[in-house]
Design a protein around this ligand. Sequence first.
Ligand code: DAT
Ligand code: MG
Length: 140
Amino acid sequence: MAIERTFSILKPDATERNLTGAINAVIEEAGLRIVAQRRIRMTDAQAKTFYEVHAERPFYGELVSFMTSGPVVVQVLEGENAVAKYREVMGATNPAQAAEGTIRKRFAKSVGENSVHGSDSPENAKIEIAQFFTDSDIVG
Ligand code: DAT
Ligand code: MG
């Protein structure tokens, strides 16, 4: 398996509770390297574009308003099988269903305020990374 990259967001519920270091520790302990990282306030346009696939879902408005409600940390993670590995480390979308030890089981507040985003495929990882980072921002 080749070295792969995935896109991660530490969401407003995580920054609000000062959990960025604790979550980064879980990421690094899993063997993923943080090769780019920036703390930003997402604009309404950025959040809408980012979650466009969910535009028809009933929670879309709530999701966009949550993602713009406070600072987020956008990241590029690198490692063997990074996309699938980070999904495993994150845990299920709903923290009530997330496995023990996962980020969402440990830190998420609810299905909506679930602390982290991770790309769901290598193709989407490339698209999502390009929304927030240029090649020169990423130092592998
Ligand atoms: P994931 O973030 O695990 O990839 P997803 O892509 O299905 O999950 O949904 C994107 C985000 O939308 C998710 O992290 C939180 C929010 N969301 C999903 N399902 C929801 C629901 N039933 N109610 C409220 N928010 C939801
Ligand atoms: Mg998703």
